[in-house]
Design a protein around this ligand. Structure first.
Ligand code: HMG
Ligand code: MG
Length: 329
């Protein structure tokens, strides 16, 4: 034995591309919105702004910044206007090549968002009646009716609109959700003018076959694959398998949150979104470009954990952190 340490093996996944997969996909980072909305520790606005800046510095180009919802319903995001002002002050908001999205449930939210400088918005409705009531205090039809003038107002000013459809795969109160119901509300969101539909597994119960069934139904209802994104929470550890099924199907936009932060405060039992780091590990391993630096993202999630008071849920963050510690030690 010479005592010389063996060279450290490469940490990042070696790319092993598959035929038939896209060369590049869009990762829509929802950490500052979906990730933080249910955190009970109040996160100062300057920390949220720094979180957004770090995400962009890591290469994120599609970012969900906050929500212009009722502060009584989602107190953690009551500082939406201040956050936007902070990000506008140094040109972070509206940076070339970066898409910044904010949630707007009604015209009041839309007007607040536009005065704060929003350039892209999202409306959100549910495939189930119970969640429409719990999340928006209305019915499915009422939520679509509330979204319609928001989408119209956005279209009038050239603002693109993401339409979120929640509870596409299961509902904590109603159980199974009929695929036909998902397809029918998806159709209504397209009819009112949403430019992208994000199909939400709000409580993380989907499995890959179910994902394909829902995608087939939504496509049959008239959505093009390039109008669709998927939004998987990872409650049962199925989110990556579901992404892979969707990738193979031709979907190229994936929602995730740094570190695996997040849940919906109005969806009992749901855990965080698919962690962006876990998503990147798989995508980069498949040789698919995202433009995001995995190491920089891990640093960001670990930095934020110091403010939210619990470690990131992502196994990839844990593994890369342990590996770095072993290399230093
Ligand atoms: P409501 O109580 O039926 O409505 O809430 P309201 O009109 O009576 O308003 C209540 C109060 O809020 C009033 O104030 C309004 O002025 C005010 P008061 O008169 O009592 O002082 N208000 C607002 N304030 C600021 N901005 C606004 C706004 N609207 C009303 N835009 C409402 C209806 C839609 C407002 C409420 O239900 C709401 O805000 N819900 C949002 C809940 C939320 O943030 N959920 C999480 C996001 S969705 C999600 O996470 C799922 C997703 O990730 C996809 C997935 O995983 O499936 C997207
Ligand atoms: Mg969500």
């Amino acid at each position: 034995m010479t005592g010389r340490a063996a060279p450290a093996p490469r940490v990042l996944p070696d790319p092993h591309p598959h035929t038939g997969l896209p060369v590049r996909v869009r990762v829509h980072e929802v950490g500052p919105r979906d990730g933080l909305q249910a955190e009970s520790t109040r996160i100062p606005v300057e920390v949220k702004a720094e979180f957004c800046r770090r995400l962009l510095a890591a290469g994120v180009t599609s970012l969900e910044v906050t929500s212009f919802v009722s502060p009584k319903w989602t107190p953690q995001l009551a500082d939406a206007a201040e956050l936007m002002a902070d990000l506008a002050a140094d040109g972070t908001l509206g940076r070339r090549g970066v898409r910044s999205v904010v949630l707007t449930p009604n015209l009041r939210g839309f007007e607040r968002a536009v005065s704060a400088g929003a350039r892209e918005i999202a409306v959100f409705v549910s495939a189930t009646e119970t969640f429409a009531h719990r999340n928006l205090n209305t019915t499915v039809a009422g939520a679509v009716a509330a979204a319609a003038p928001v989408v119209a107002a956005a279209a009038a000013t050239g603002i693109p609109v993401r339409g979120y459809l929640s509870m596409c795969f299961g509902d904590p109160w109603e159980g199974r959700v009929a695929v036909a119901d998902v397809a029918s509300v998806a159709r209504r969101l397209l009819d009112i003018g949403c430019t992208t539909l994000s199909l939400g597994d709000t409580i993380g119960v989907a499995t890959p076959g179910h994902v394909l069934e829902v995608l087939d139904a939504v496509r049959a209802a008239g959505a093009r694959a390039d109008q669709l994104a998927v939004h998987f929470h990872d409650t049962y550890g199925q989110a990556l398998a579901n992404v892979y099924a969707a990738l193979r199907y031709g979907i190229t936009e994936f929602d995730s949150s740094a570190g695996g932060l997040g849940r919906c405060p109005y969806a009992a039992g749901a855990t965080g979104n698919l962690a962006t780091e876990d998503l990147l590990w798989m995508l980069h391993g498949l040789g698919i470009e995202t433009g995001i630096d995995l190491d920089a993202l891990v640093d960001t999630s670990r930095w934020l954990a110091g403010y939210i008071g619990h470690p990131p849920a992502s196994p990839t963050v844990a593994a890369l952190t342990a590996r770095r510690a072993a290399e230093v030690g």
